[in-house]
Ligand binder design. Structure first.
Ligand SMILES: [Zn+2]
Length: 387
């Protein structure tokens, strides 16, 4: 809970107590007026009955009395009636006040119920940070002038994600947006969030999943560049691109894309990057984490696949963001579509026909990513022999 939320809830409680006090005061006032009115009319009627000597009527007005009225003088009757009616008026005040308070409280409760769903719908857009694929947000930021990026970043993503994404944002080049992208940006800015459909729209190459390779970099079929993680020079160059190895990151469900991409591009102390060439998000957004002619450390110890020894120096690594819970979490459709299209572009660019899963070339039990049957499914989609 933030200071502001705390203050808001304190104000809310104070406001509720204030409302209750106001309702109670209003109820007492109404009860007082009604009881006074009742007393006045009954008093007049009692006076008239005493003047006429109508004891039956007086007894009825006083609600049936045990005392025999015919033994009393008119003055005594009047004193008795006044006392009796005042007592009953006091009881009425209390009953009226409780009834009205109950009624007003119920009315307030019903009104609050009727009005609250609207409030619940409004709250998330105002307060909840956007939980979308970070690369999708970066895809928007690419079309925003540099000076406006930090503000839009905070609008689109949580502050934490913005901090992690800062190096990537800094490296993104400005491009003139198309009318369609303008619209997406406008919506994202206007509402402060984008929905899943828009995130898909913002997937690599705006969800078209058609790629080609230019100068060892993956680009959209129309030449639009993809987000690239800053890559230091002086990496070892690959011998030949002879195979494509599919991997899963086995990262937490909410692992920020930017930090995963940064890790795969740059590694960590004791584990030198790059650890793959391409990273594909659940929604099908893509980051290039190494040029295809650099060696990436992604294969490790391997066994031959159909006569070929697949290794770091001859294979392109493609990582898919996934938790590694292959039993319960199928790969999202956009992620499989993006992966298939990326592999197709790589096969075409480098004349590759070997597409394997890391689990298929690792010695038994060493690696399970990207999961049973995943590489076979990609091969099937590409018209390669699935086995
Ligand atoms: Zn792997």
């Amino acid at each position: 809970m933030t200071v502001f939320e705390g203050a808001t809830s304190v104000l809310g409680v104070a406001g509720s107590i204030g409302t209750l006090i106001a309702l109670a005061a209003l109820s007492v006032l109404i009860a007082y007026l009604l009881a006074a009115q009742w007393l006045h009319s009954k008093g007049d009627a009692a006076k008239a009955a005493i003047a006429k000597g109508d004891d039956k009527l007086l007894a009825r007005l006083l609600g049936g009395l045990a005392i025999p009225l015919d033994k009393l003088s008119p003055d005594q009757k009047y004193a008795l009636a006044a006392e009796e009616l005042r007592t009953r008026a006091r009881q009425r005040k209390i009953a009226y006040a409780l009834t009205f308070f109950g009624f007003l409280a119920l009315l307030g409760f019903v009104l609050a119920l009727v009005l609250s769903p609207k409030k619940r719908e409004e709250e998330p857009s105002a307060r909840k940070p956007v939980q979308l694929d970070l690369l999708a947000a970066l895809n928007i930021l690419r079309y925003v002038p540099v000076v406006e990026r930090p503000q839009l970043c905070l609008t689109l993503m949580a502050k934490e994600n913005c901090d992690r994404a800062a190096p990537m944002i800094a490296g993104l080049t400005f491009q003139t947006p198309t009318a369609n992208q303008d619209k997406v940006i406008e919506q994202a800015v206007g509402t402060g969030r984008i929905n899943e459909a828009q995130a898909n729209q913002l997937a690599a190459c705006r969800g078209k999943f058609e790629f080609k390779v230019v100068n060892n970099m993956l680009v959209c079929a129309d030449g639009t560049t993809l987000p690239t993680i800053a890559i230091s020079d002086g990496r070892r160059l690959i011998d030949a691109q002879s195979a494509i190895v599919l991997h899963a990151t086995v990262t937490g469900k909410d692992a920020p894309f930017a930090s995963v991409a940064d890790f795969i591009a740059n590694g960590r102390p004791g584990l030198q990057g790059p650890l793959a060439h391409l990273l594909i998000s659940a929604s099908g957004a893509i980051a290039q984490t190494a040029p295809m002619n650099h060696v990436a450390s992604h294969v490790g110890i391997s066994v031959p696949w159909q006569g070929m020894q697949v290794k770091n120096s001859n294979a392109i690594g493609v990582e898919m963001i996934h938790t590694g819970d292959y039993q319960n979490e199928p790969y999202p459709a956009n992620q499989l579509r993006a992966t298939t299209a990326v592999v197709q572009a790589l096969m075409h660019a480098y004349d590759i026909s070997t597409v394997v899963g890391h689990n298929e070339i690792a010695p038994a039990g060493r690696k399970t990513d990207p999961g049973p049957g995943v590489a076979a499914e990609i091969r099937r989609r590409l018209g390669l022999s699935a086995g």
